[in-house]
Design a protein around this ligand. Structure first.
Ligand SMILES: NC(=O)c1ccc[n+]([C@@H]2O[C@H](COP(=O)([O-])OP(=O)(O)OC[C@H]3O[C@@H](n4cnc5c(N)ncnc54)[C@H](OP(=O)(O)O)[C@@H]3O)[C@@H](O)[C@H]2O)c1
Length: 246
């Protein structure tokens, strides 16, 4: 996720003036610095001392260790961590401004969605400035802190779910004899156009328009209902929430 955010900013006009990166030893920070024109540093404390804000993008289970390694040097915190409440972040980072966000991976191409918890009085102008930076690479939506996990389950995870749909339909086309690349292209372009239609018409109307009575789409939708497609998506959301809630 850090890589997606940094790449999005590197390709935008209004990203941060400079970016520093740190990892836990894999070398990914140096690779990302080379890709984005930033700089890799050796320790989180060094990174925090030289930065106006620190973006936390480790697994949620590693946040406590990272907080210790930052050593109270961070001037402001942005978290992209799943299932980590604002209260928990304030517990770890004290009185510095804290912004809790949940981005989609499409921030890399500046077409992400980012949910964020409301800023508190102590987050002030810095919090607002940080959100402006994220606005460069995403569509921002404020969500109450207690609903951030639910929002994550329907938007943070969605790129993976949509990827499953596109891949499955393309494979079904290839099984019927269409060249795989062509099948992928057909599904993807259909998908893209449908997304634009869904901005204009509600999903039921789109379905009704495509599925003429007694037609092939109606048969396909009936097969999807028989296979429990809607329930499968609800199960996916419930499973993600269970995982987030430990
Ligand atoms: N993946 C997504 O689509 C997505 C979407 C929204 C939110 N998120 C959130 O983003 C966070 C990261 O997810 P991810 O998929 O990007 O994980 P990831 O690929 O495992 O990346 C985590 C990075 O954190 C680094 N790290 C861990 N502990 C560190 C420490 N003490 N000091 C410095 N660096 C440290 C790791 O370094 P090494 O490279 O050395 O291991 C690694 O580069 C999670 O909290 C997740 O909830 C992810």
């Amino acid at each position: 996720m850090a890589s997606a955010i940094a790449r999005g900013w590197a390709d935008s006009e209004g990203g941060p003036e400079a970016m520093l990166f740190c990892d836990a030893g894999s070398g990914r920070a140096a690779a990302l610095a080379a890709r984005t024109g930033g700089e890799a540093v050796d320790s989180l404390a060094e990174l925090a001392r030289a930065s106006d804000a620190v973006i936390l993008a480790m697994k949620p289970g590693a946040v406590e260790t990272a907080a210790e390694m930052l050593g109270g040097e961070a001037k402001a915190i942005v978290s992209v961590l799943g299932a980590t409440s604002v209260a928990r972040l304030r517990e770890l980072f004290g009185t510095v401004p804290v912004v809790r966000t949940m981005p989609t991976i499409a921030v890399e191409i500046r077409r992400g969605v980012i949910c964020h918890a409301p800023l508190g009085p102590s987050d002030g102008a810095v919090g607002a400035e940080l959100l402006e930076l994220f606005d460069e690479i995403s569509h921002l939506v404020e969500v109450p802190d207690e609903l951030m996990d639910a929002a994550t389950a329907i938007m943070g995870c969605t790129p993976a779910y949509l990827a499953v749909i596109v891949q499955t339909l393309a494979e079904a086309g290839a099984e019927q004899g269409i060249e795989p690349d062509k099948a992928y292209d057909l599904v993807l372009e259909s998908f893209t156009g449908t997304l634009d239609l869904l901005r204009r018409y509600d999903p039921i109307e789109v379905r009704r328009t495509v599925a003429s009575p007694g037609g092939s789409t109606e048969a396909g939708l009936a097969a999807l209902a028989d296979a429990g497609a809607a329930d499968a998506f609800r199960s996916a959301v419930a499973a993600s929430l269970r995982r987030m809630r430990g």
